[in-house]
Design a protein around this ligand. Structure first.
Ligand SMILES: NC(=O)c1ccc[n+]([C@@H]2O[C@H](COP(=O)([O-])OP(=O)(O)OC[C@H]3O[C@@H](n4cnc5c(N)ncnc54)[C@H](OP(=O)(O)O)[C@@H]3O)[C@@H](O)[C@H]2O)c1
Length: 255
């Protein structure tokens, strides 16, 4: 339960090693957040992240095994998290794979696997989390979508399509939860310099995990339903979404 000042006290991160998520938890720790649960598949990496977060001020950091690509396990994993931590203020859905479009073109099964992680895994985990948030009558599910889902680009349309599906799912879930006390925050970052993009040149309006974290924490505190990061991307994509297809192809190819 948030404290009397409305500050977040506890957070569950699905995809606990994500750089954006770790930066977000560190910012929450500067307020009143003292408990974090990191869920992910590389437990050794998560143990190191947990040490880092304890050094940042968190009193309790637990690590649990979670594979987004195994949707049939999610309800049980998340039920166990809630059994151990019966009241969670924020759940950050941060897992995701970018992949490589050329590799996906050559290996359709690998493309489908990325879709399972980014979309199907988010559907099963998101619905399981929503049930618990509804049950406790409060809490925010923050879903890290992407501007890549706003309009598919030829050079990463598999990733973009998974984010388009994820984004629509998160919006619909937020509408379903309206009035329950629980809510969904859809986060739409642009290009963020993290492990996911370390092999790439900066995209337009490139930003940092810390800047995205600030936008996420502000969105949670304000009770927003959507956050663009940086904020001006909202207006950029209001235009890009409506460009004629031949123009969009040229714009997308030139970036
Ligand atoms: N960086 C960007 O430019 C950008 C822009 C827009 C949106 N996003 C989104 O932001 C989110 C966080 O990304 P990031 O930038 O912080 O990159 P990141 O540091 O690479 O984080 C991605 C996380 O996803 C986890 N993950 C991947 N597959 C998983 C699975 N099957 N089960 C559980 N966890 C899994 C990874 O865990 P492992 O360590 O086990 O691989 C990693 O911790 C992602 O959803 C990404 O799509 C990123």
């Amino acid at each position: 339960m948030r404290d009397a000042l409305g500050d977040v006290q506890s957070v569950l991160v699905l995809g606990g090693g994500s750089e954006i998520a770790v930066a977000t938890v560190k910012q929450l720790a500067k307020g009143r957040c003292r408990t974090a649960v990191l869920a992910g598949r590389d437990l050794a990496k998560l143990a190191a992240v947990a040490d880092d977060l304890r050094a940042a001020g968190l009193a309790t950091v637990d690590v649990v095994a979670f594979d987004a690509a195994q949707p049939d396990t999610h309800a049980a994993v998340i039920a166990k998290v809630w059994a151990d931590h019966p009241d969670l203020d924020v759940v950050l859905l941060a897992f995701g794979v970018l992949g490589d479009q050329a590799a996906f073109d050559a290996d359709p099964a690998a493309a489908a696997q990325a879709a399972v992680t980014n979309y199907a895994g988010a559907v099963s985990a998101g619905l399981a989390v929503a049930g618990h948030l509804e049950g406790q009558g409060h809490g925010t599910l923050a879903v890290i979508s992407s501007v890549a889902g706003e309009r598919a680009r030829a050079d990463n349309f598999v990733y973009g399509s998974t984010k388009a599906g994820l984004d629509a799912f998160a919006q619909g879930l937020g509408d379903r939860l309206a009035g329950s006390g629980a809510s969904v925050l859809v986060v739409r970052p642009g290009f963020v310099r993290t492990a996911m993009t370390a092999h790439m040149d900066d995209g337009p309006m490139a930003t940092t995990a810390e800047a995205v974290a600030t936008d996420i924490v502000t969105g949670i505190q304000k009770g927003a339903h959507t956050v663009w990061s940086p904020a001006k991307l909202r207006y950029v994509f209001a235009v890009l979404r409506h460009l004629p297809r031949p123009v969009w192809r040229k714009v997308a190819a030139s970036r």
